[in-house]
Design a protein. Structure first.
Length: 111
């Protein structure tokens, strides 16, 4: 991995592109920075789940799960699919899997 080198001679365009990328990255990281949202993403990494399945897996109330799903949906990280009265969710952004892999390696794998 190579991070960009910031220097005083950078063009305004380069600085603006970096700032735009920093804003996007910050929004993405904020969206996954809640333990409940992170756990939802972890569960969805193995495949589509219904809201009820997520409630059971997380031992959480429907209202709490729905609130976190709403945030993830607003950030376009998950996609809902309705089948009758049941709503299923799946991951909508491959970056979530990449981040989950890294988080697993850094925080879970060695424990």
């Amino acid at each position: 991995m190579s991070l960009p080198v910031l220097h005083k001679d950078m063009s305004d365009d380069d600085i603006n592109r970096m700032m735009s990328s920093a804003d996007e990255a910050s929004d993405f990281l904020k969206a996954i920075s809640h333990p409940g949202r992170l756990m939802i993403l972890c569960h969805l990494a193995s495949g589509e789940k219904s809201v009820t399945e997520l409630e059971e897996l997380m031992s959480a109330r429907q209202a709490a799960v729905s609130q976190q799903l709403a945030r993830l949906r607003a950030e376009k990280l998950v996609t809902p699919r309705r089948e009758g009265l049941i709503i299923y969710y799946s991951l909508a952004d491959d970056r979530a899997i990449q981040i989950l892999d890294l988080v697993y390696d850094l925080f879970c794998k060695s424990k």
